[in-house]
Ligand binder design. Structure first.
Ligand code: UVW
Length: 312
């Protein structure tokens, strides 16, 4: 069985053709000059927060799904720039990593169902060993991803350090948390949902626990994202949405992914480390900021690592 109401939601939320038949940027089209000016106007304290995990061998991957942690190799080390004058030298390196290894954006080509991707792109014409002929991450990289970011600190709102592993965040939760935080969504906003699950990795150093069953958004929240005309959705867990056995064994696993990426064209940002930002937002009561999170322009990529920055 599919998750409740899935087909109805998919039809209601589908943005195909909304920004033209050739569109490859989906809901990022909600971000215009007015949104960016409003985003810049949120900056007051000048405090800067890095929301990314490091990319190294100690990353969160535990090997499941073929994903591994980055491996770094020097290809030049102590190499003289001019052998005749070897005092000046340089070093270069190579990194071997899945684009999905740590903090990342999902491109609109990352998931699909019924053989079709966002904007009606046929999977058989789009996806190959060369990557995504359409809807690659490079289309989200130009001009980049920047907007007003809004932290929704669901763990703090529920007065817990972390949401329980089986907790599915509801539309009512989103509305109530926003009201408690005194923040209203605006067109083109990017939400950053804090479940507290990041602490399984950063505090417990439990990779398998972090990558396993986890709290997150219920697929019903896709309707809220659509109604608010949000540009993207990020979270501090691995999947943004809840991962639980019932969902993963259903006819439509990762239902929120499917509704966002495939039907709405809404990019998902995963494994954003929101801990320090959340402390500051609770202290000053300001949950909106300038978010800069440009993906790498990896041509034909299904995703990209990102080092997101929040400026308050
Ligand atoms: C999958 O697990 C397929 O995707 P994501 O990393 O986007 O959650």
């Amino acid at each position: 069985m599919k998750p409740a109401n899935f087909d109805h939601l998919a039809e209601t939320l589908r943005n195909w053709g909304r920004w033209g038949p050739e569109d490859q940027r989906g809901t990022l089209n909600h971000i215009g000059p007015a949104t960016l000016k409003a985003a810049a106007a949120t900056v007051q304290s000048g405090k800067l927060f890095n929301l990314g995990l490091n990319f190294d061998k100690n990353g969160p991957q535990s090997g499941s799904g073929g994903r591994f942690n980055p491996k770094l190799y020097p290809i030049e080390l102590f190499t003289p720039l001019n052998p005749a004058h070897p005092n000046a030298r340089y070093s270069d390196d190579v990194i071997h990593m899945p684009l999905q290894s740590a903090t990342q954006w999902d491109a609109l080509s990352h998931v699909h169902y019924d053989g079709v991707l966002y904007n009606g792109c046929k999977a058989c014409d789009t996806l190959s060993e060369k990557g995504a002929a359409r809807l690659g991450i490079e289309h989200l990289a130009t001009p980049g991803i920047m907007s007003r970011g809004v932290l929704i600190d669901m763990a703090r709102f529920k007065r817990v350090e972390r949401l329980p592993l089986d907790y599915a965040i509801t539309v009512d939760d989103l509305n109530a948390a926003c009201a408690a935080q005194g923040v209203e969504m605006a067109v083109g906003d990017i939400i950053l949902v804090r479940t507290g699950h990041m602490r399984a990795f950063t505090v417990d150093q439990d990779r398998a626990g972090f990558m396993g069953m986890q709290p997150g958004l219920s697929h019903h929240c896709a309707e809220w994202v659509h109604d608010k005309s949000l540009a993207a959705v990020c979270a501090d867990n691995m999947a943004v949405e809840i991962l639980h056995p019932e969902g993963l064994t259903s006819e439509m696993p990762l239902a929120f992914h499917m509704l966002c990426l495939r039907d709405m064209g809404c990019p998902l940002g995963e494994m954003f480390n929101l801990e320090a930002l959340a402390v500051d937002c609770a202290e000053d009561g300001r949950y909106a900021f300038l978010l800069s999170a440009p993906p790498l322009a990896v041509t034909n990529g299904f995703g990209s690592p990102v080092n997101p920055l929040a400026l308050k």
